[in-house]
Design a binder for this molecule. Structure first.
Ligand code: GLN
Length: 447
């Protein structure tokens, strides 16, 4: 299986560009080891290959987060999720391309190369987990891991017509995930089907003493409700998710999906999330502030890249960071440093935290009466490569439907829901904290 997967990657990779690094040697060695000991029949994932986003650290395998500043960095340890994959016999066949440090929504911010959409190579794959999504959708691999800080799993899953899940904050350990916005980041799963997605989440979930924000709640059998009747379920449609800026044809597909759920016996009603309109502003302050702090460690000394022609210590920092970080990363560091600075902290960072609480309360109120929230994942389908990347504000605005979920720490899934102009549309389901099971149950009603 590993050999066949590596062959598939060879055939398709030139077109797709989903990988920064195909770990052929390591993967074949691991597969040989599994062959030698015999596949454990009781371990469903034993010997199954997958791709892992390049911001998840892998011991002795180069990990760069698609940034020049980490080029050649060999982590001396594994992320907790990486260890869990190995424990369950899963074989990492490569590190997936991404927007540098997971900052972006089109895959075009990779310092190495842009990944292509699996359906149409003139289109963006979405981001920031661009390679994780395209590698699965193009059939290079069956499964992959990504990370989602403001939509980076759900949106590329939508653009590529596959199933992508961001778990509840705290469900999956962040130990060994290169930090972007620590209060928002979660590792999550990509697969062509709902059931396989749930199986992969099963492997990586659970409390971890090495991540103080991971939660000590029981891990259920995530797929246990798949196939169960959804009759009587109460589903909320936030009117803000069908308003200005959302493509009419995308809306139509999502309303069709809502009708399908009604036909299966669910109740679908309109609700309001009145503060969601502030989500983008709040997110870009909080995520950038956390990033500006998290990225201080890349100083030209401890990791990866160091500039030449250094005269003094300040040169090491300034030149290495100026040359090592891409434009979008620098933009976020500046934004974040500004909103955290003494004179502006109250007006920006503190205020953003307060509005975040209002967004959390909006969701809590809806979940008093409903089991699930339904809306589009993204306002449009995949667009042409090179057409948006010069306009960061337009790119930020396109995150309006995914961002509130991270701000509130909720689980969200994107499931394929038809096509517009020959490109896949993603439907987003948002659940209560720790209720990934219901997301999978309802998502499966579309297969
Ligand atoms: N597009 C968003 C950003 O650029 C989300 C990224 C993510 O989830 N990692 O920040």
């Amino acid at each position: 299986l590993t050999k066949a997967t590596l062959e598939d990657i060879k055939v398709r990779e030139e077109q797709i560009g989903a990988f920064l690094n195909v770990t052929e040697k390591e993967a074949l060695a691991q597969a040989a080891e599994i062959d030698a000991r015999g596949v454990r029949a009781e371990v469903l994932t034993d010997g199954i290959p997958l791709a892992v986003k390049d911001n998840i650290v892998t011991k002795d395998i180069e990990t760069t987060a698609a940034s020049k500043i980490l080029k050649t960095w060999m982590p001396p340890y594994d992320a907790t999720v990486t260890e869990k994959l190995y424990d369950k016999g899963m074989i990492i066949v490569g590190k997936a391309n991404m927007d540098e440090f997971a900052m972006g929504g089109s895959g075009e911010n990779s310092a190495v190369k842009p990944t292509k959409n699996a359906w149409n190579q003139k289109k963006v794959p979405g981001g920031s987990s661009s390679g994780s999504a395209s590698s699965v959708a193009s059939g290079e691999v069956r499964l992959s891991l990504g990370s989602d800080t403001g939509g980076s799993i759900r949106q590329p899953a939508a653009f590529n017509g596959i199933v992508g899940l961001k778990p509840t904050y705290g469900r999956v350990s962040r130990f060994g995930l290169i930090a972007f916005g620590s209060s928002l980041d979660q590792i999550g799963t990509f697969a062509p089907t709902v059931e396989e997605n749930a199986e992969l989440l099963q492997v990586i979930s659970g409390y971890d003493a090495k991540d103080s924000t991971s939660s000590n709640v029981a891990v259920p059998d995530f797929g246990s409700k798949i196939g169960k009747d959804i009759k009587g379920m109460k589903i909320a449609l936030p009117k803000e998710y069908f308003g200005e800026g959302i493509d009419e044809k995308v809306k139509e597909q999502i309303l069709k999906a809502a009708k399908h759920l009604e036909s299966l016996g669910a109740t679908v009603e309109e609700v309001s999330l009145p503060h969601s309109k502030y989500g983008v502003a709040v997110y870009y302050i909080i995520a950038s502030s956390e990033a500006s702090s998290n990225l201080q460690r890349f100083d030209g000394i401890r990791f990866g890249y160091r500039a030449d022609h250094i005269e003094n210590l300040e040169d090491v920092y300034v030149k290495s960071r100026s040359e090592g970080f891409g434009d979008e990363v620098k933009r976020r560091i500046m934004l974040g440093t500004f909103s955290l600075s003494a004179g502006y902290y109250d007006a920006y960072f503190k205020k953003a935290g307060q509005v975040r609480t209002l967004i959390i309360q909006d969701f809590a109120k809806v979940f008093e009466n409903y089991d699930l929230i339904l809306g589009p994942t993204a306002p449009t389908v995949a667009y042409d490569l090179g057409t948006q990347s010069h306009n960061p504000v337009a790119m930020y605005l396109a995150d309006l439907l995914t961002i509130p979920v991270n701000l509130a720490g909720l689980p969200g899934i994107s499931v394929p829901a038809g096509f517009v102009d020959g490109l896949p549309v993603g439907m987003q389901l948002i659940g209560k904290r720790y209720d990934e099971e219901t997301l999978y149950q309802v998502a499966a009603a579309f297969e």
